[in-house]
Design a protein around this ligand. Sequence first.
Ligand SMILES: CC(C)(COP(=O)(O)OP(=O)(O)OC[C@H]1O[C@@H](n2cnc3c(N)ncnc32)[C@H](O)[C@@H]1OP(=O)(O)O)[C@@H](O)C(=O)NCCC(=O)NCCS
Length: 174
Amino acid sequence: MAKDLPDKVTKTQAAIRPAKSGDFEELLALVEAYYKFDSIAFDERGTAAALRRLLRDKSLGRAWVIDAGHALAGYAILTFNYDLEFGGVEGILTDMFVAARFRRKQFGAQLIGAVRDFCEAAGINTMELQVTRSNWGARLFYKALGFNESNRIVLSLEIARSSSARLPFKEPKS
Ligand SMILES: CC(C)(COP(=O)(O)OP(=O)(O)OC[C@H]1O[C@@H](n2cnc3c(N)ncnc32)[C@H](O)[C@@H]1OP(=O)(O)O)[C@@H](O)C(=O)NCCC(=O)NCCS
């Protein structure tokens, strides 16, 4: 689990910065906490491998953390998707989490600000994300930051679970 954080950390003492490989253990603990919050099954081995790869391979996306000095207080992950509708690469915000006792201190807004700045600099003009309908806190948070809810629904199809999957660049054999 994430290391205990002093309760009195303020936003001036915490910094938003890109995640680095040395953050791996703490970041994985935050991912686990987020999955628990959002009722997403946590497969430690598979998630750890995917996180390691994300931190290593910048073609997949980026991660940011809230560095509270003694420990990490939250994180965000943006991955890349290619969609003609958005003129090419769009950003998918796959993960967004602020540890419970650090909420409502503008850390979440600062994380989104860092992701936005990155997108602007990278020429990515749209960011999308999924949020559970009943997660009103997050829906209000995104609304406050200018996100619009769309009239589309999300569908998914499980193809195969394989820890050795090399997507997105594995070419099928013809
Ligand atoms: C959603 C979440 C990331 C917000 O982070 P945060 O650091 O608390 O948000 P901020 O302090 O930056 O909030 C910015 C603004 O968003 C709005 N907001 C944030 N949380 C809100 C809530 N629970 N209810 C209503 N409005 C909220 C407010 O307008 C807030 O400004 P204010 O505090 O001055 O009123 C955080 O609550 C969280 O990690 N939740 C659990 C995980 C989660 O739901 N992730 C999103 C999955 S899609």
